[in-house]
Design a protein around this ligand. Structure first.
Ligand code: FAD
Ligand code: NAP
Length: 336
């Protein structure tokens, strides 16, 4: 069947920051064959392509001149199991949180700390999503993708994905060159839980089950994170920066309450603490502001443009650099 290609489409419903921008063309793909058709269309028209999942980590500063492809490939397949674990291949267009819930219903464990992260499965390896002491790299076996230039279907092992804190090869060397089509996870049959994250551990008096972890993570997240459908946002707007020991000691002298965590020889600083300390919780600019319950989250209640949102973020970056000597890096992907 011929693809439905729409022209001059508003991207506001397709990005959780709800910035207003238009795509010159947009299509939705539900099969690999449609994905190939979409890429052929873009080749014929000599236009670029941009694949979107749930749009919860993407900001458009301008209109997108090209073809936006909404990846809606579906399917969850149990490909292998032994006495300890299952291997599950999940298509990129499956909803992330629904996958987490489904895995627990089936007695497959390892994803529960990552409950309620918005977006789709295909974007999870992009920035190696993480929360409450777990990163998706901990359970990924491999990632399958379509090479946009050669149209070859390829597979990268976990090591080849070069996962790091909110990073992967898909955000660096392969950025814009591939479309992730599925992700394979290895999940455990035994209920081994991770409560290394202090605010999660504080929820329990006894060792929790994966279901209890899932419920607790959902409760904590609902209590402090704004729902994008009610208050547009992209979750954490900045990565937590890492500094060397000397800079950490200097900062600790100046700010004894500085929130930081030792990571190897370095220290990870809580960017939200610095933003709050610098007084940004009280400020708004053109109706863009930081969230009352979590200063790392920038909210856009009046659905201002991407330019206005980025301008606000840049002002925070400049101020934090002046006050703390630390460069904050923006976490969501920005399309200019
Ligand atoms: P999109 O925004 O659609 O895409 C993100 C990037 O990936 C874009 O560059 C896009 O082009 C690319 N991409 C998407 N799909 C594919 C594909 N199939 N192939 C190739 N490239 C692709 N993140 C965390 O890590 N931890 C959290 O706890 C967390 N909490 C959040 C809470 C809230 C309220 C919000 C709004 C966001 C949060 N995020 C969190 C960020 C975001 O949810 C994740 O990064 C998520 O994985 C993005 O998924 P998406 O499908 O919406 O991605
Ligand atoms: P929080 O618990 O208030 O903690 C603030 C920051 O401190 C977090 O970003 C976390 O870093 C870090 N932290 C806390 N305890 C730590 C420990 N024991 N060791 C190392 N680092 C520690 O954070 P929150 O905003 O409520 O978020 C809770 C979890 O959900 C975090 O893991 C956070 O990353 C995740 N989250 C992510 C997004 C996003 O968009 N990326 C949005 C919402 C929540 P880490 O971020 O490295 O964990």
């Amino acid at each position: 069947m011929a693809l439905d290609i729409k022209e001059n489409v508003s991207l506001q419903p397709f990005n959780s920051m709800a910035v207003s921008a238009n795509a010159s063309t947009l299509t939705t793909v539900t099969t690999l064959s449609e994905l190939h058709q979409a890429l052929n269309f873009a080749d014929d028209k000599k236009i670029s392509t941009l694949v979107l999942g749930g749009g919860s980590n993407t900001i458009f500063e301008n209109d997108y001149e090209g073809l936006v492809i909404l990846n809606r490939l579906k399917g969850i397949e149990l490909t292998h199991q032994d006495s300890d674990s299952v291997t599950v291949n999940v298509a990129a267009g499956e909803n992330w949180h629904e996958l987490v819930a489904y895995s627990i219903e089936n007695g497959w464990y390892g994803l529960e700390n990552l409950a309620l992260i918005p977006g789709l499965v295909g974007a999870a390896p992009m920035q190696n999503i993480g929360a409450y002491g777990v990163e998706v790299k901990d359970v990924i076996v491999n990632v399958e993708y379509l090479d946009i230039d050669t149209r070859e279907q390829k597979k990268l092992t976990n090591d080849e994905c070069c996962f790091a804190y909110r990073e992967s090869v898909f955000k660096s060397g392969l950025a814009g060159k591939v479309i992730i089509t599925s992700v394979t996870f290895r999940l455990l049959k035994m209920a081994t839980v991770n409560i290394s994250y202090p605010s999660l551990a504080a929820c329990f008096e006894e060792a929790p089950s994966p279901q209890q972890i899932f419920d607790a993570v959902c409760t904590i997240r609902q209590s402090k994170l704004p729902l994008p459908s009610q208050i547009p946002n992209t979750g954490s707007f900045f990565k937590n920066p890492t500094v060397e020991q000397q800079q950490h000691s200097d900062l600790k002298l100046k700010y004894p309450n500085l929130v930081s965590y030792k990571v190897g020889n370095d220290y990870k600083l809580a960017a939200g603490w610095m933003i709050e300390k610098a007084g940004w919780k009280q400020k708004s600019l053109n109706n863009v502001r930081v969230h009352d319950d979590q200063a790392l989250v920038i909210v856009n209640p009046e659905k201002q443009s991407g330019v206005v949102v980025i301008d606000f973020a840049n002002k925070i970056q400049q101020d934090i650099f002046i006050k703390f000597g630390v460069a904050l890096e923006i976490e969501p992907r920005i399309y200019r």
